[in-house]
Design a protein around this ligand. Structure first.
Ligand code: MG
Ligand code: ZN
Length: 378
């Protein structure tokens, strides 16, 4: 235990001394009335207002990416079963527009599969992507592509990837594809047979892996979960840049991608302030890359939100600018309203206070879809 605290403090010191103070970098605005062709939905798992406040003050109040957004709203995160949502029900609300029970992945309260916005985008000819800093089969990314009654069904969730034509995905979870216990399928090879370019951390780092725009792309960053950012994981910003450039060239109709800063939540569950903080700052850097792309592109809506707060984090009295101190009030999630930041055409829709399910409706509206969501997925 003491050893852990000691190592933790060394990390804090190392990161405080090594990290140069970031200069304010405001990103220009784009025409709010332009057509929305692309949506980049970014989910900081467990990233409530306290986590964003902590990151802002840890960065000496220099503008983090969040300050580039002119539209801010709040969503109510409760699920159909619980006042305190879990990540599966939270992501299912964004992905399908329906509240469900905690643990459900892309399924209704009656365990019927619900069509996700990613699947709808696919049907309409847009390119689609998922990026996570945990296993790609974990609750948040899973809810956009899979339909399973329980979030822990990682192998079944992996098999659901093969039921789609997702164009780009990067995350951990290789073992649920190529060393399955529940059946003898090798989904890694099945992806290749289906035409994917597939690679993984064992073959070459992501930065050295060039996607070919003529083929869908899958890359595994770990057998199970990638390392925390404090232990050296560093692909999120790069994957963000690579993904949006790839997807933009992949379809003329546009793209949808969900990018998750997955481990902010785990810092919260562990009541580990530095883990939470460094994951939030890592996510912030990826948001900056998404905004840069969106500003140049002009037809991209960027939405940044969280599924829920985690840890009941508070920044305590002994904090100083540049050195926030933390106390956690729980090692679970909390019910506080969750911020939503929107940038680009369609962003105005995200002002106000609304249910988490409205994010789905607002994304569809921004894309100009006035048809109702067609029947649930067969
Ligand atoms: Mg998650
Ligand atoms: Zn959690």
């Amino acid at each position: 235990m003491w050893k852990r605290i000691l190592i933790g403090s060394i990390f804090v010191l190392a990161s405080l001394t090594s990290c140069k103070v970031k200069q304010p970098e405001l990103i220009g605005q784009v025409d709010p009335n332009a057509e929305v062709k692309n949506i980049i939905l970014m989910i900081g798992d467990g990233m409530g207002l306290p986590q964003i406040s902590a990151a802002t003050y840890a960065a000496n109040n220099k503008n983090l990416s969040f300050e580039n957004f002119q539209v801010v709203g709040l969503h109510k995160s409760h699920s159909a079963s619980d006042l305190i949502t879990d990540s599966a029900a939270g992501a299912t609300a964004f992905a399908t527009g329906q509240k469900t029970y905690n643990g459900a992945v892309g399924m209704s309260v009656d365990t019927l599969p619900l069509k996700t916005i990613l699947e709808e985008c696919e049907e309409k000819g847009l390119a689609t992507g998922l990026v996570a800093t945990v296993a790609i089969t974990h609750a948040t990314p899973a809810a956009f592509i899979a339909h399973q009654p329980r979030r822990v069904m990682y192998e079944r969730i992996a098999a659901d990837f093969l039921e789609t034509d997702i164009d780009y995905f990067v995350g951990g979870g290789k073992q649920y594809f190529d060393r399955r216990k529940g059946d003898n399928r090798n989904l890694y090879n099945e992806l290749i047979k289906k035409g994917y370019k597939v690679s993984d951390y064992f073959e070459a780092p992501l930065v050295q892996t060039k996607p070919d725009v003529k083929r869908p792309f899958a890359y595994f960053t770990a057998d199970k979960h990638p390392l925390p950012v404090t232990a050296g994981r560093n692909y999120l910003s790069f994957a963000t840049i690579q993904a949006v450039q790839f997807l933009k060239n992949r379809s003329e109709k546009g793209f949808f991608i969900m990018i998750e800063g997955s481990q902010i939540d785990w810092g919260g569950h562990s009541n580990d302030g530095n883990w939470m903080l460094q994951e939030t700052l890592d996510f912030d850097r990826a948001i900056t890359e998404a905004l840069r792309f969106a500003q140049q592109d002009g037809n991209t809506l960027v939405i940044v939100t969280a599924d829920h707060e985690c840890g009941g984090l508070c920044i305590t009295e002994k904090s100083k600018m540049g050195r926030p101190r933390f106390k956690f009030s729980t090692n679970g999630h909390t019910a506080s309203l969750v911020p939503v930041f929107a940038y680009g055409p369609g962003s105005e829709l995200f002002r106000g206070i609304y249910e988490n399910t409205e994010i789905h409706a607002k994304m569809r509206q921004a894309l100009g879809w006035d048809d109702p969501v067609t029947a649930d997925r067969e």
